[in-house]
Design a binder for this molecule. Structure first.
Ligand code: SF4
Length: 702
């Protein structure tokens, strides 16, 4: 059927960090449909199942919030009010708490799905004008260990490679990731590269056999939590077998002797025993890496979402550094960003410990620069509350008010029942949302309807530092407004005049000015240039019209000495250990066709067909011992709560380990499918990222 196209607009997919280019076709009836944009360099016309169904989430407005709502007492129903009333009340309550209890009594909890301009104004408001650093986002649950890993090893949170390096590499070490499901379009490129070049080596490190393993030359099915042991063992073999790049180490790296000492603490056999692997397989991995001309390490949540996430990241980046596999074509450490704009958020400093343009909160000069630029209050040195800490502070009463936007913490936070209890205790809750489904709405004093993807304009940065402009294609329903506009209106109600932008591009331009002279310099960039070039990789220099593909080709890193730093990280697991009461290790993750808490993908029938409900993946031996059969309901219990899920039996997971998808929250008031009832809120001490991938549970037939 030929559709009557009124307009064609470019955008980028709003799900994962691959950031695929999307063409939005606007029909005359106002509906849209999408297809891949062949001119977008990151994805070259490809979209995965989620991206291909984006238009359904826009065309179906049945669940959308249409008007601001408010109540004076949580026992009363929410009632429709005007924008002025909702924002004036919110501003009055925030001002009261700030005057009475200080600026740290309020907080904003945002999302890696926010546009860069949205992140920018929230960050400016709380850090520069309210005078608190209490802004964190769900990127804390996702990328913060990678951020710290990059900062500690190469000096800044900067992904060194570009996607075009994929076709130039001949060895991939993919660890703690299932890109075939979670970053599909990047993985399609790896698959095509392997198909065309069968000698390219693919090593997968994962306690589960996933679809990613289909093209693996070697699958290291390690015991959960033993990543550092494995990476150190490979490091030792690379040293012993002369695969290291001694010139690179001597000229461009620091810390080699301490690193060497730490990786030689365990023999290969000891390491293999701890990891539950065959020593010969570890030898083969080292050989593949050592013989590679271009070696890419790829990782995501299996390394990041851990109580030792920072050290896991460092132990992996070390492998690229000792082999000199960084800053050259087809080589480098490559963190797969979870969310579409987690990187854009970090560029503007949208976490509780960051400042714009990769400046540091603990650097007085950086604080002064930003304060002078914004012309607001003195910026506080002490980092603000991180994601889980905000909810703990609500529970203790230290935090009085929280403003939640573009995320549903009551499905995505670890130990969710506790987070729910904390939100119940909050004195004042603002929920800025597109959908009427999230559980957070039950705790809201004020509900603000937000515009969704394709209903607003702005920019996002994907996993290869590529900034893309997203067009507005349709009007938001009812009175819903873009998130940046809502925050700016609120800031003005608070009395802060420097939020009176004429349009969203003015926010972007302001952000670019703050990057001038930094390592992420995009000064001079504007929407016209972005639209003309389709996308730009930071840093952007005018003579390099498409930005910078690859970092560190001059081998000058962003550390004070300009050398990369090898960290001799300890190999100590601090996670909750299995014990006689809770003998299994639980790990959680995404499935192919759902995105996070399902507020968008959950309303697309086609996507729900893939896997219809939460399930427990368990090894056949364990199932037999527990007398569980396929499709039985199992009850999975940890020290924090319980979950029920249909049993899926196989040999795709290690015995002693079970897996639950993370997407399902409360359904009709019932939280028994919610995996995060039982996950652990133990944090990595540096990155403050929770330990989603390892906790002790027991399993029984329901
Ligand atoms: Fe969207 Fe990621 Fe799929 Fe690309 S790979 S279409 S960005 S979900």
């Amino acid at each position: 059927q030929t559709k009557k196209i009124a307009e064609q607009l470019t955008s980028t997919c709003s799900y994962c960090g691959v950031g695929c280019g999307v063409l939005i076709q606007k029909e005359k009836n106002g509906n849209i449909f999408v297809e891949g944009d062949k001119n977008h360099p990151s994805s070259k016309g490809m979209l995965c199942s989620k991206g291909l169904n984006l238009h359904h989430t826009v065309n179906d407005k049945s669940d959308r919030l249409l008007y601001p709502q408010m109540r004076y007492n949580k026992s009363m129903p929410l009632q429709r009010v005007s924008w002025d009333d909702a924002l004036e009340r919110s501003a009055a309550v925030f001002k009261t708490f700030i005057e009475k209890y200080g600026p740290n009594s309020v907080a904003f909890y945002a999302s890696g799905q926010c546009l860069t301009e949205e992140y920018y104004v929230i960050n400016k408001l709380i850090k520069g004008f309210i005078g608190s650093n209490n802004i964190d986002t769900n990127s804390r649950l996702c990328m913060s260990s990678a951020v710290v890993g990059y900062k500690m090893s190469i000096g800044e949170d900067s992904v060194p490679i570009c996607y075009d390096d994929i076709e130039l590499a001949d060895c991939f070490y993919v660890t703690g990731a299932n890109p075939a499901w979670c970053h599909p379009i990047i993985w399609r490129r790896v698959e095509a590269h392997k198909a065309a070049n069968p000698d390219v080596k693919i090593i997968i490190v994962d306690p589960r056999v996933t679809d990613t393993c289909a093209i693996a030359d070697l699958h290291l099915q390690l015991n959960p939590g033993t990543d550092i042991t494995l990476n150190h063992a490979i490091g030792r073999l690379l040293i012993e077998q002369g695969y290291i790049d001694i010139n690179f180490i001597q000229q461009h790296a620091e810390g080699y002797e301490a690193y060497k000492a730490v990786v030689f603490e365990k023999s290969l056999e000891e390491a293999a025993h701890i990891c539950g692997l065959n020593p010969n397989d570890i030898r083969l991995a080292a050989q593949y890496i050592g013989e590679a001309k271009g070696f890419i390490s790829m990782w995501t949540m299996g390394l990041n979402q851990s109580a030792i996430g920072t050290n896991k990241n460092l132990s992996l980046i070390n492998l690229n550094l000792i082999t000199g596999q960084i800053g050259k074509p087809g080589a480098g450490p490559f963190s797969l960003t979870g969310q579409p704009n987690a990187m854009g958020g970090r560029e503007v400093g949208g976490l509780s410990n960051l400042l714009p343009a990769h400046r540091n909160l603990n650097n007085p000069l950086h604080r002064q620069e930003v304060q002078a630029f914004w012309g607001g209050k003195e910026i506080q040195e002490k980092p603000g509350l991180t994601a889980t800490e905000m909810f703990e502070a609500l529970e203790t009463g230290q935090l009085k008010a929280i403003w939640i936007l573009c995320t549903n913490p009551l499905t995505s936070l670890p130990n969710t029942r506790q987070a729910e209890a904390a939100l119940k205790k909050a004195k004042f809750v603002v929920v800025q949302e597109i959908s009427n489904k999230p559980e957070t709405l039950a705790y809201a004093d004020v509900v603000l309807p937000a515009a969704a993807w394709a209903e607003k304009e702005g920019t996002m940065t994907n996993s290869e530092r590529r900034i893309t402009y997203l067009h507005k294609a349709v009007d938001a329903p009812g009175e819903a407004l873009p998130d940046a506009e809502i925050i700016c209106k609120f800031a003005q109600k608070m009395g802060y005049n420097s939020f009176s932008y004429n349009n969203v591009e003015e926010i972007f331009i302001e952000h670019t000015k703050l990057t001038k002279g930094t390592n992420i310099d995009i000064f001079g960039l504007n929407y016209t240039i972005l639209k003309e070039h389709r996308s730009i990789q930071w840093p952007y220099k005018k003579h390099k019209q498409n930005g910078t593909k690859r970092l560190f080709e001059d081998k000058k890193f962003y550390t004070p000495s300009q050398k990369a730093i090898l960290h001799a990280v300890p190999d100590t697991l601090t996670s909750e250990k299995p014990n006689p009461d809770f003998p299994f290790i639980l790990t959680t993750g995404r499935i192919r066709d759902q995105w996070h808490t399902r507020s968008k993908t959950g309303k697309v029938n086609k996507l729900n067909q893939h896997i219809k409900q939460a399930y427990l993946e368990i090894h056949v031996q364990d199932a037999e011992q527990l007398e569980l059969k396929e499709d039985d309901i199992a009850i999975i219990t940890s020290a924090r709560g319980e979950v029920r899920a249909k049993v899926k039996i196989g040999n795709t997971i290690k015995p002693g380990v079970v897996f639950l998808p993370m997407h399902w929250g409360k359904i009709l008031g019932n939280d028994l499918n919610r995996a995060n009832n039982i996950t652990n809120d133990l944090l990595d001490p540096i990155s403050k990222e929770p330990d989603f991938k390892y906790c002790a549970v027991k399993v029984a037939k329901y």
